[in-house]
Design a binder for this molecule. Structure first.
Ligand code: ATP
Ligand code: MG
Length: 166
C-alpha cells in the first residue's frame, strides 16, 4: 500500500457522498471525536474498504434503519472504527464464512435479501486490504437486530511525538 496521512472525517464524508444514490430512506451518521488522530493508510484502498462495508450495510438494512460509523482511539497507536447497521443481520452459521471469497449467505431467508445482488467478494477484499495495512477486521451480528464491522487501523502519531518534543 501507498501509505499517507488520512483524516478520517473527510474519508467518511466522501464515502457517504458516494452512496447517496443507494439510499432508500436509511439514516447515515457518524461519531468521530474532533481530536482523533489521522490514519496512516493508503487513501484509495481504505476508501474501497469503507465503501464495501457501507454498501453492505445499506443492502441489508431496510429503509427505516440506520448506519452509524463510530471511531475511537485504542491504546496509543490504533484507531478503532465500527460500522454499525440495524439491518437483517447474519445467521451464526454464515458468520464464520463471510470473509471467504464468493461467500454469500442464503438469500432465501428474507424477502429483502432476495433482490440483493453481489458476488461475495467485498468483505474478502476488505480483509486483504486491512491486513496489508497491518490492521484487523472483525464482524459480529445478531439476526434481526443488525451487524457491526470493526476495523483496527494504525493512527498517525507523528503530531503527538512532535508535541512531546517541543
Ligand atoms: P460484493 O461485495 O462482491 O458485491 P456481497 O456484498 O454479497 O458481494 P460481501 O460484501 O463479501 O459480498 O459479503 C458477503 C455476505 O455477507 C453477503 O452476501 C451477506 O450475506 C453477508 N453480509 C455482509 N455484510 C452484511 C450486513 N451488513 N448485514 C447482513 N449481511 C451482511
Ligand atoms: Mg459487499
Amino acid at each position: 500500500p501507498q501509505i499517507e496521512t488520512v483524516p478520517l472525517a473527510s474519508l467518511v464524508a466522501e464515502v457517504y457522498e458516494q452512496v447517496q444514490e443507494l439510499l432508500c430512506g436509511q439514516e447515515l451518521s457518524s461519531q468521530i471525536p474532533a481530536d482523533l488522530p489521522a490514519l496512516r493508510a493508503d487513501m484509495s484502498q481504505l476508501r474501497r474498504v469503507l465503501l464495501n462495508i457501507v454498501e453492505n450495510a445499506l443492502k441489508f438494512t431496510p429503509s427505516t434503519g440506520c448506519i452509524t460509523i463510530v471511531a475511537s482511539r485504542e491504546r496509543t497507536e490504533h484507531i478503532k472504527l465500527e460500522i454499525q447497521d440495524t439491518g437483517i443481520g447474519i445467521q451464526p452459521k454464515d458468520l464464520p464464512h463471510v470473509f471467504d471469497r464468493f461467500y454469500r449467505a442464503d438469500p432465501s431467508r428474507t424477502r429483502l435479501s432476495q433482490q440483493i445482488g453481489g458476488s461475495g467478494l467485498g468483505l474478502s477484499i476488505a480483509k486483504e486490504i486491512v491486513e496489508a495495512h497491518k490492521g484487523k477486521i472483525a464482524i459480529r451480528s445478531a439476526p434481526g437486530e443488525g451487524t457491526t464491522v470493526t476495523l483496527w487501523l494504525i493512527a498517525d502519531t507523528s503530531k503527538m511525538a512532535e508535541s512531546v518534543r517541543h
